[in-house]
Write a protein that binds this ligand. Sequence first.
Ligand code: SF4
Length: 251
Amino acid sequence: MSAAATPSGGEAGSRRGTTARSPRRLPPARLRAAAINQLLAQLYPQPQTALQHANPLQLLIATILSAQCTDERVNRVTPQLFARYRTAQDFAQADLTELEALIRPTGYYRNKARLIRDCCAELVARHGGTVPRTLEELVRLPGIGRKTANVVLGDAFGVPGITVDTHVKRLARRLGLTRHTDPVKIEYALMKLLPPAEWTRFSHRLILHGRTVCHARKPRCEVCLLASLCPKIGVMTSKNRRPPPRRLQQS
Ligand code: SF4
């Protein structure tokens, strides 16, 4: 898919990179994205998914399990899961009750078990049991959205893609790289700002920075390497600051 297909309207342009909150003049979004990526590369030089896997199928399953669940918890269940089911055919023929029991600690285990079985049945029926290498084919599988597809493409096949999870969404907006809230529009907006070779690493870096520094509720702006480039530095501090007490009017 071409970056030129970016949805129009409302995008962070060169002057929109700075917001009314910030009196500072910041570089245009494209220059800032490159600088942000360089700074993050110092912290996270070779980022990759924390989901343990040995092949594309295992990464696909682990990514399905990671919905509403931490990677650590997924990594605790996948060794037994992948020892029990080795191929897409194995998952497609799995007994649902047994599969549910194995993945239960990841939450929403009934939905996830059904999704895994249906997805693998489609893999067997349409792709000979192998995981396809294109976004278009991946998102046609049951339960597979663009986020999961981009994780699999980037980490299993080395195909560039921007993964927009909750961290990427939050950081891209705070850093003034987009004003969009829709994940697909954010994905396209970020694709415009960086070369394809950086897409996968950049989204991993944003995810790691979101997990370690730019937390949703308490961003650690005081130690953030991106502070000089961030229009929302101190965003939560000012947001949470109580208004000064009203003084009684003197009559
Ligand atoms: S300066 Fe603060 S809001 Fe901006 S990216 Fe860093 S932690 Fe997040």
